[in-house]
Design a protein around this ligand. Structure first.
Ligand code: BGC
Length: 283
């Protein structure tokens, strides 16, 4: 049998993607690279106009806008640091003025500042909490104001709005040497569930995606050499790394009315990483 860790299966024919999000307006934070980029282009492929938020590297954001245009919908790059309240508010104002409204937020922007506990500076702690957790709170708050103002438009979607929080397997898997990151993702988990409970009566759905190891710049060390890749496979029962498109596919589904009865969950997209593969033979 072919060793499954040695290949990634051909992805489905994306051009055949059904227009599940036709006429919808989305905003994706941290959309100029990695998971955010793939999600932004995926939502466009499914028919949405998409705001591409970024903080550095405007050229990369512009490329994503062009890729969105090639899918036949509108893209708009907006610079904003998601941890800064005024910048977030200005971004949503511009997005809503340009697109008329907003139906989908994918709160994705995030980073790592790794260190062992006793070496971890308060800056490393604060940077990760401010961007990964507070940044999601600020963006969700602005999106929900618009969802509540507009309410349900049945021509567009069954829900008044859809929030997807980008979490991680590390909302449940402890991660030594990454206490700031794991704490931010654990925080996202309870933020997402509390907001799902609070906003469901308004017909707003709040969910999360929990990616495992995905081939992006955030974790290059974990997959870019054969040794690192082989060691990573010990953590992934399905024996392949995830691709950004694996997350984009799930984001399209979760944002669409196909998932209209899904509210308050984290959908792990991790090749089984959260199955604790160490216990396959031990315990
Ligand atoms: C982290 C990656 C890591 C993955 C699995 C993600 O949330 O950002 O660096 O490879 O979790 O451990």
């Amino acid at each position: 049998m072919t060793d499954p860790s040695q290949f990634n299966c051909d992805m489905p024919d994306y051009k055949a993607c059904p227009k599940l999000l036709k006429g919808q307006k989305a905003l994706v934070t941290g959309a100029n690279s990695g998971i955010g980029e793939a999600v932004a282009i995926g939502l466009a492929r499914a028919g949405a106009d998409v705001v591409v938020n970024y903080v550095t590297n405007p050229e990369a954001a512009q490329k994503v806008v062009e890729a969105i245009g090639a899918e036949g919908t509108k893209g708009l790059a907006i610079q904003a640091d998601v941890s800064k309240e005024a910048e977030v508010q200005a971004m949503f104002k511009q997005a809503i003025e340009t697109f008329g409204t907003l139906d989908i937020l994918v709160s994705n922007a995030g980073l790592q500042r790794d260190a062992a506990l006793t070496d971890m500076t308060i800056e490393q702690w604060n940077t990760v909490i401010n961007i990964n957790l507070t940044g999601q709170f600020l963006c969700v708050r602005e999106a929900v104001k618009e969802f509540l103002r507009r309410g349900v438009n049945k021509e567009v979607s069954c829900a008044a709005g859809k929030i997807i929080c980008m979490s991680s397997v590390h909302e449940v898997i402890p991660w030594a040497g990454h206490v700031n990151y794991a704490s931010s993702k654990g925080g996202i988990h309870m933020m997402m569930k509390s907001l799902a409970q609070e906003l469901a009566p308004h017909h707003i759905r709040v969910n999360a995606i929990g990616p495992g190891a995905i081939r992006t710049p955030i974790n290059t060390d974990a997959w870019s050499t054969p040794e690192a890749y082989a060691s990573l496979m010990n953590l992934i029962p399905y024996r392949r790394i995830g691709e950004p498109e694996d997350i984009a596919n799930v984001a399209i589904f979760m944002a669409s009315d196909m998932a209209d009865y899904i509210n308050g969950i984290t959908l792990f997209v991790d090749g089984g990483m959260t199955c604790y593969p160490g216990f396959a033979t031990g315990g």
